[in-house]
Design a protein around this ligand. Sequence first.
Ligand code: PEP
Ligand code: MG
Length: 325
Amino acid sequence: RQAEFTRLRGVDAVTLDGTRIQVLTNAGLAVDLENLDATGAEGIGLFRTEFQFMVSEELPRLDSQTALYKLVLDTAGDRPVTFRTLDIGGDKVLPYLETEREENPALGRRAIRLGLDRPGLLRLQLRALLTAAAGRELRVMFPMIATVDEFRAARELVDVECAWARRRGRALPALLRVGAMIECPSLLWHLDALLPLTDFVSVGTNDLFQYMFASDRTNPLVSDRYDPLSPPLLRALAEIQKKCADTGTPVSVCGELAGRSLEAFALLTLGYTRLSAPAAGVGPVKRMILSADLPAARRGMANLLGSSSASIRGELESLARKLNV
Ligand code: PEP
Ligand code: MG
């Protein structure tokens, strides 16, 4: 298997019916960068910037944030990188950052909520990103957006930082793309308002699933109780994909789902063409893509989405087997 994945590194991910799929990888630390070449991923679909903060003993200064982002962009070269702004707070407590104790950290002041409440923190990070990407493309997205206004406010901070840099005669990115993560269920019913404001979106299925099923992803008593391959989650994903296609908004999936073959197969049948997987998932997912016949798979999936079962894993496995995926 490993030899096969190595051979697939240089092979484009195209389904049997000729649909080109972009397979990216998730990363968070400098050591992850070697996975780009090792897996043959086409870029980084999710760079989790909080990892640098979590392994650091003090708040990373502007220059060390800038240095990491530069290294990431230099190493990626022509391959696209999407930086996700800080997703800390809640259960990701930083000892050097004073925050309140919260009863329900997963529902607490995490990610963009903390960033908007402490704009100095987020602005510093945006400044580092803008500096690191001077003269090249910068793709940045905000985690845990729950309302359209939160996205507007976060995007405004990008504008403020751009203006700040311009006033000082600093070089800006040649291309700036600002996106939102879709991981709060509230957004599902406000995509019509959100999508026109975004340059792209990425679906964080880990959180979207935990919030849809009200089941803590870090609590082993409930985290495996429900199956992501369930009609409710898959229908939600189908809806997101459709709205993005209708508005011409580029969309990817960057949760763990995208790195598991059967789950990724389900995503393809829903119309997704951009997946960002953990490094270990890139090879297996690519292998699945090369054997997938989407029109036939889509017909099979359409029937399954109407099922009243909590999971359609078994049916999807049969479908994949029948189609030799
Ligand atoms: C997600 O929620 O699916 C996601 C990709 O973000 P994280 O796992 O870092 O919360
Ligand atoms: Mg998340």
